[in-house]
Design a protein around this ligand. Structure first.
Ligand code: BV8
Length: 248
């Protein structure tokens, strides 16, 4: 870890962090592919698609409403807080997240690059011209299920990127720019979803020192420079403690 801390200490170091569901695990938010990732025995990949929504908007909205209620009861943990601190303290720091739970923002992270949107935003499923492209909606218990668009009376959909949907091009280019860095940390992701997981390799190709923080091995583990086995809520505070302590 000393080499990592020394690299993070370099005054002009460009530092990028990519997070996945594992950083919210300690807050109690179910991960996607862990033991707690199931909902009524559905796999997320089966529900997080436009096809599933087209087929049964009710069951997809029940899953998102359940996740909203779970997330609303959770607080950011030390992993979110350390990353929020770095966004204010480290001059060339960027945070990319796959998570839609909004806990990075609640911990104080600013300008987070959100690859997959937000569970706290919605858009009109019909794409009606009177509604904004997407808007904030903090509802936990909807009066009607599935909820309808207040502008046209059609359905609304969660403001997230589903499997088979392309990410916003502006978000992809921000993330690719952020992969041009000196230190790239992938934290709490199983590194199986693309294009997010491809950023790890992109950073390595740009010459970044790559680090993984995860209690389990992932497809990225063999290719990173440093694999720190452990929970983000303990490893990140330890790195931050060493970063703050006087030079050795
Ligand atoms: C795209 C939002 C171009 C929704 C999500 C066939 C047809 C179409 C596309 C594809 C296809 N085959 C492959 C693809 C590409 C597909 C993909 O990658 N599929 C995978 C499953 C193989 N990608 C896409 O479709 C993307 N779009 O490619 O567009 C295109 C278009 C058409 C056709 C072709 C290409 C869109 C992907 C976005 C999907 N949306 N979420 C919602 O949230 O409801 S992805 C979803 O998975 C979440 O966002 C999540 O963040 C993400 C990744 O999961 P993780 O965050 O890694 O979470 P996971 O549970 O998996 O792992 C948790 C990790 O944490 C574990 O490793 C665990 O060990 C660790 N952990 C646990 N505790 C801790 C911890 N780590 C640290 N500390 C702890 N305490």
């Amino acid at each position: 870890m000393h080499e990592l801390v020394d690299r993070l200490r370099q005054p002009d170091a460009r530092i990028t962090v990519l997070t996945g569901a594992g950083v919210s695990a300690a807050s109690g938010v179910p991960t996607f592919r862990g033991a707690d990732g199931l909902w009524r025995n559905f796999r997320p990949e089966a529900l997080a698609t436009a096809e599933a929504f087209r087929r049964d908007p009710g069951v997809v909205w029940e899953w998102y409403a359940w996740r909203r209620s779970r997330i609303a009861a959770c607080e950011p943990n030390d992993a979110h807080r350390v990353l929020a601190g770095w966004s204010h303290r480290l001059p060339n720091f960027k945070l990319i997240t796959q998570n839609v739970d909004g806990l990075h923002e609640r911990a104080g992270s600013e300008k987070t690059i959100r690859l997959h949107g937000s569970i706290w935003e919605v858009s009109c499923w019909q794409g009606c011209t009177t509604s904004p492209r997407r808007w904030r909606d903090d509802t936990v218990t909807f009066k009607e299920m599935p909820p309808h668009c207040p502008y046209c009376g059609g359905l609304i959909r969660p403001g997230v990127v589903w499997f088979g949907e392309t990410l916003e091009s502006s978000v992809i280019s921000q993330a690719s720019d952020a992969a041009i860095c000196d230190v790239f940390l992938t934290v709490g992701t199983s590194a199986v979803v693309y294009p997010a997981a491809g950023l790890i390799e992109e950073a390595r190709r740009h010459g970044a020192f790559t680090v993984e923080i995860n209690p389990e091995a992932t497809p990225a583990t063999p290719s990173v420079d440093l694999a720190l086995k452990g929970g983000a809520e303990t490893v990140l505070p330890e790195i931050d403690r060493q970063l703050k302590s006087p030079m050795r």
